[in-house]
Design a protein around this ligand. Structure first.
Ligand code: F0G
Length: 463
C-alpha cells in the first residue's frame, strides 16, 4: 500500500447532533442519577462509550435492506436470508433468531442446565453469568493466568486455560453440560482468543463428551486478531477464519448488536437436532415463532447485511486501529490500561491508576463518574460493582477494576477520539483528588444497572 493513514472506510450521509453540557450541569445530573451512569439521560452525554452494543451506525445497504423486510409471521423471506447469512459464516445446522444475545443464553441454558452444573468459560459476560446462575448452575471463569495481569502485552490474552478446562471436565464427569469460549473476551479486556486455543478447547470437550459453544458476539474482531497475530492466517480472509473458528464448536450464542452491525437482534445456532427442538420450544414461549424469534422481518434483513459487512477487511482494519489509536496515546502518557488494546474497547486499569482508593470503595466506578463530570464521557465500570456480589449474597472484590470505553461501530471519528484522549489525560493529571464511592441501594442481581451510590467523601473530587 502506498499511503499509511488508515481512514474511516465510509462517508457520512446522515448526522445526529450531540450536545455539550457544562461541568456544573453534569455535577447536578450525576447527583440526580444516583451516581450511576446507566441512569443518565443519553441526551446529557457528549460521547457515549457505555457500550458497543446496538449503538452502531447502519450502512445504506442495511437501511435499504430494511425496506425489503418480510413481516410474515411464519416462513418470512427475511428469515431465510438471515438463516443463509448465519449458516454461511457458522456452518451450524439450526439457526434460531432471538431478540438479543441474552435471550439466546436464557434459551440455551434453560434447555441444558440443571442446578449444580458447572459451566466453564474463559470469562463469562455479566448476562451469561447471570443466566447460568439463574439456573442455579455455577459459572466458572478460567482465563489463562496472564489475563489477570493488565500490563502484560501478549497476542491472545483472551485464551481459556486449557489445563484448567481439562481438569474441570475430568473432575466433574456428567456435571458439565457445556463449556464456552467468549470471543473476544469482553470482561477480560476485549482480548482475542487464538485459533489454536479454540481448536484445543474443542478437542478437550469432545474427548469428555461435553458440548462446546462460542459466545460469538465479537467473532469478526477476533478473526481479525487471528489474521494479524497468529502464524499461518495472514493470507486468509476474515470469513475463512471465522468459518474455521465456528467449525470447532457445536453451536454459538450471538448478540447481533455487536458484530451483527445491527441495533437489535441475536441468535442461537447449533448442530444437535434434539437440543435445537427443545430450544425452539422455549423460544416460542417468550420470543416468538422460530422464523422471527422476537425480531421484525426488517431486523433480520439488517443483520443479514451486517454479517457480511462486518467481515470486510477495510472495515476491520479501521475498527481495530481506531481503538488502538486511543490506546497508543494513553500508553504514551502513562495511563495504565489493559494491554494490548482490545478489539472493541479500551479498558483503563483503575486499580493501578488510583491505588489510594480501596477496592471496597469501587475505584473503577469512581473513575467512570469523574470522566463524565469532567468531559461528558460515558463509560462503564467492569469491576466490583458489576461483579462483586456473589450468588450467596456475600461480597468479593472483582479480579480487576476496569473502566471500559467501548466504541460504537462506525459512529465516532478521529477528532472524537482526540477529545477523549484529552479528557482522560486531564483526569489522569488530577487522579490524586479522586475519592471512592459507596452503594446506598442495590438489587441482588445485575445491580450495576440500577444501583444508587454516593461519594464517600461527600464529593467525587477532594480539594
Ligand atoms: N456475551 C457477551 C460477550 C457480551 O458482551 C454481551 C453483551 C452479551 C453476551 C449479551 O448480549 O446484550 O445482546 O443481550 N454485551 C454488551 C456490552 C451489553 O456492553 O458489552 P445482549
Amino acid at each position: 500500500m502506498q499511503f499509511k493513514t488508515i481512514i474511516e472506510p465510509f462517508r457520512i450521509k446522515t448526522v445526529e447532533p450531540i450536545r455539550q453540557t457544562t461541568r456544573a450541569e453534569r455535577e447536578v445530573l450525576l447527583r440526580e442519577a444516583g451516581y450511576n451512569l446507566f441512569l443518565l439521560k443519553a441526551r446529557d452525554v457528549l460521547i457515549d462509550l457505555l457500550t458497543d452494543s446496538g449503538t452502531g451506525a447502519m450502512s445504506s445497504d442495511q437501511w435499504a435492506g430494511m425496506m425489503l423486510g418480510d413481516e410474515s409471521y411464519a416462513g418470512a423471506a427475511s428469515f431465510y436470508k438471515f438463516e443463509t447469512a448465519v449458516r454461511h459464516i457458522t456452518g451450524f445446522k439450526h439457526v434460531i433468531p432471538t431478540h438479543q444475545g441474552r435471550a439466546a443464553e436464557r434459551i440455551l441454558f434453560g434447555s441444558l442446565l440443571k442446578p449444580g452444573n458447572l459451566v466453564p468459560n474463559n470469562t463469562h459476560f455479566d448476562t451469561t453469568r447471570a443466566n447460568t446462575e439463574y439456573r442455579q448452575a455455577v459459572a466458572l471463569d478460567i482465563p489463562v493466568p496472564e489475563a489477570h495481569d493488565p500490563a502484560r502485552i501478549l497476542p491472545f490474552k483472551g485464551n481459556i486455560d486449557l489445563a484448567a478446562l481439562e481438569r474441570t471436565l475430568a473432575e466433574n464427569p456428567g456435571n458439565v453440560p457445556l463449556a464456552m469460549i467468549t470471543v473476544t473476551n469482553n470482561s477480560g479486556g476485549g482480548q482475542p482468543v487464538s485459533m489454536a486455543n479454540i481448536r484445543a478447547a474443542s478437542q478437550i470437550c469432545r474427548q469428555h463428551g461435553v458440548l462446546f459453544f462460542l459466545d460469538a458476539c465479537r467473532f469478526a474482531e477476533n478473526a481479525w486478531f487471528i489474521k494479524t497475530r497468529e502464524t499461518g492466517y495472514a493470507h486468509k480472509t476474515p470469513l475463512d477464519i471465522a468459518q474455521e473458528m465456528f467449525s470447532y464448536a457445536d453451536g454459538c450464542t450471538m448478540s447481533a448488536k455487536k458484530d451483527g452491525m445491527a441495533n437489535i437482534g441475536g441468535f442461537l445456532a447449533l448442530n444437535d437436532d434434539d437440543l435445537a427442538q427443545r430450544c425452539k420450544n422455549m423460544l416460542i414461549l417468550t420470543e416468538g415463532f422460530p422464523t422471527y424469534g422476537g425480531l421484525a422481518g426488517y431486523d433480520l434483513e439488517a443483520i443479514a447485511v451486517g454479517l457480511d459487512e462486518v467481515l470486510h477487511e477495510d472495515y476491520l482494519q479501521y475498527r481495530i486501529r481506531s481503538v488502538a489509536y486511543l490506546g497508543d496515546i494513553l500508553t504514551a502518557n502513562g495511563v495504565p490500561m489493559v494491554q494490548p488494546p482490545g478489539g472493541h474497547a479500551i479498558y483503563i486499569d483503575a486499580l493501578a491508576m488510583l491505588p489510594h482508593i480501596p477496592q471496597s470503595d469501587y475505584p473503577a466506578w469512581a473513575l467512570s463518574l469523574v470522566l463524565y463530570l469532567e468531559g461528558g464521557i460515558r463509560s462503564v465500570e467492569i469491576g466490583s460493582v458489576m461483579f462483586g456480589r456473589q450468588p450467596d449474597g456475600s461480597e468479593r472484590p472483582a479480579a480487576m477494576e476496569l473502566v471500559r470505553l467501548a466504541f460504537p461501530r462506525r459512529v465516532y471519528t478521529q477528532s472524537h477520539v482526540d477529545y477523549l484522549a484529552e479528557v482522560i489525560l486531564y483526569v489522569n493529571s488530577i487522579k490524586e483528588q479522586i475519592g471512592g464511592v459507596r452503594l446506598t441501594a442495590a438489587p441482588p442481581v445485575l445491580r450495576h444497572f440500577s444501583a444508587r451510590l454516593e461519594p464517600v467523601h461527600g464529593s467525587l473530587l477532594r480539594s
